[in-house]
Each structure stands twice: as structure tokens, then as C-alpha cells.
Design a protein around this ligand. Sequence first.
Ligand SMILES: Cc1cc2nc3c(=O)[nH]c(=O)nc-3n(C[C@H](O)[C@H](O)[C@H](O)COP(=O)(O)OP(=O)(O)OC[C@H]3O[C@@H](n4cnc5c(N)ncnc54)[C@H](O)[C@@H]3O)c2cc1C
Length: 310
Amino acid sequence: MSTDLEAALRILREGCGDRVRTRVPLAPLTTFRVGGAAALYLEPEREEDLATVRRAVGETAIPFTIIGKGSNVLVSDEGFPGLVLRLGKGYRWAARDQDEVRAGAAMPLPALAGVALRHGLSGLEFGVAIPATLGGAVTMNAGAHDGQIGDIVRRIEIYRVGDGQAVSLPAEAAAFSYRRSALPEDAIVTAATLALRPGPPDAIRASMERARAWRRRTQPLAEPNCGSVFKNPPGGHAAAMIETAELKGTLVGGAAVSTKHANFIVAGPEATATDVLALIRLIQERVRRSAGVELEPEVRLVGRFDGDAA
Ligand SMILES: Cc1cc2nc3c(=O)[nH]c(=O)nc-3n(C[C@H](O)[C@H](O)[C@H](O)COP(=O)(O)OP(=O)(O)OC[C@H]3O[C@@H](n4cnc5c(N)ncnc54)[C@H](O)[C@@H]3O)c2cc1C
């Protein structure tokens, strides 16, 4: 272990004890189920833990990153050479106040959709089958079925690892756009408030059931994947372009373009992150040739690939 990692580990152990772990496999913490280990790993439970993280990162040169449900990340086979955070149970809560629901960032989106349903609040039906945490959904501006989280977020609470400030921002500060938010690089989303509207529970439940059934019908949910690999280019559909390029079923090592949904890559038991990235690049190259379009990955790379950190 490098001197910086050892120094960071010492600081983290002072504040968080043996909850800080070393060499933690990340594959089981992602929906792709590939990739290596985190050099250091912590599940922060409260703001004091984040303050300890701030010290550990600030006083050393180690990189850090945060994952939610790991449903939109591809972790390098080399793992992550610094500190990986994943908010713990202390950030898994939800509270209703009239037509608003405020929740911790570790709250799973489907569970939060269930909370909204129980309170007869409509607006989060689109999220019932997105396997995200609220923090990951806000960061990615997750959406489906013509809805996206950015449309219903009212406030976002963040902790800035750079200066240790905990601030509550209006939604506009995130400048939400398609599968993107513009929160500061060092921001950890700790909570968010959603503005919903009263609605008949039967209609909310039916809409959620339709969303679940649509996914079962159209997505390869039984195999490890990260949802849509590419963003839809302006005015087009990535899946249609990949299908037209006759790439469905194409294999690189243990990774394959899903035969059920062309914008999904499924990772077989022998797949590596290197296979997945090689397949991503192959798809980009073929679609560039066949459609003249540069597909932009939606999936986020974690760790070093081909020598470059992502
Ligand atoms: C089967 C399947 C279906 C999917 N369907 C959809 C869909 O319909 N629509 C859609 O938009 N997405 C979909 N996705 C992709 C994914 O669920 C979303 O991108 C989701 O928002 C990722 O949330 P997460 O908690 O898993 O974040 P992760 O994948 O763990 O992280 C994603 C990014 O968010 C950052 N992040 C996570 N938590 C925090 C936090 N608390 N603070 C700051 N940054 C954070 C991470 O650093 C990373 O850059 C699907 C994925 C799967 C596997």
C-alpha cells in the first residue's frame, strides 16, 4: 500500500474505526458484476464520517469516488486505487411533508416510489423500476417513460469533500439536462426533496405496474447489465442504430450485446470490464461507420482503463 493510502487509512480509522475496509471487491456492489477491488472502502453513516473523509482526502493525494447501487458504473479490472464511498443505512430514510418527500441519498428509488404510492403522491411512478439510489438518480438525472428526476427535484443537499461544507441547493443549481447534472465534482449528494402531487393510489399503482411489465418485456433483467449503455443521440435512438448495424448478439470475451435490447450489454460469468469496454468501443466504431453518429456512453467508468483514469 502506498504511503498516501496508509496515511488516509490511519485518518479514516481514527474517525470511523474498523468500518473502513481495505481491498474490497466492487463487482458485487455493481449491477454489471465485473471489475476489481477498492483500495479503501467506507460506508459513511453520518456527517462526522464525511468530515473524516474530507480530512483523509484533503491531507493525502488519494482519489475518491462514490457509488450508489452501482447500476450505471463499469469498474476497471484493476479496481479503484483510492477510497470508494457508498452511503450507509444512516442515509436511507424518507419523510413526507404535505406534497413533498425528503429522503436520504441512499434510499433506493423503487422503495421511494413505494413511499410516494403509500402517501397517495404521484410523480415518481417512472422511477419504480430504475435500480438506483436517490443520490445516483439525482447525479445522473435518471428518467424513463417521459419522466426524469430533475423535473421533480426541489432541493438537493450536498456535502463538499473539498471544503467540508454541507449545503442545501435549489434544483436549478444542478442544471439538469438529459442524463446529466452539473453538481460540483467533489459533491456528495446526501439528501433531496421531491415535489409530488396528490393522486389516486389505484392509478399510481397501475402506472407503476405498467412500468415494471414494460421492463420485464423489453430488458434483459436476468443478466448482469448497467441499463442503457449509450445516451440517445439528438433526434435518434441508440438501440435502433446498434440494431441496424447488426450488432445484436455480438460478443467480446464474456460480454455481449443483448439480443433483447440492443442498447444493453450483458456480462456473462467470465466477462471482464476490459471485455465490456472493448465491446463499447466496437459498437461506437460500427455505428460511426454505419450511421455517422458518435454514440456517447451513459455508463460511468470507475478506475483506470488503458492507462487513463476515468
Ligand atoms: C436494469 C437497469 C435499468 C436501468 N434503467 C434506467 C432508466 O430507465 N433510466 C435511467 O436514467 N437509468 C437507468 N439505469 C441506469 C442507472 O440505474 C441510473 O443511471 C441511476 O441513476 C444510477 O444510480 P446508482 O445509485 O446506481 O448510481 P451509480 O451507478 O452507483 O453511480 C452513478 C454515478 O452517480 C454518482 N453518484 C452515485 N451516488 C452519488 C451520491 N450520493 N452523490 C454524488 N454522486 C453520486 C457516481 O459517482 C457515478 O458517477 C438502469 C440500470 C439498470 C441496471
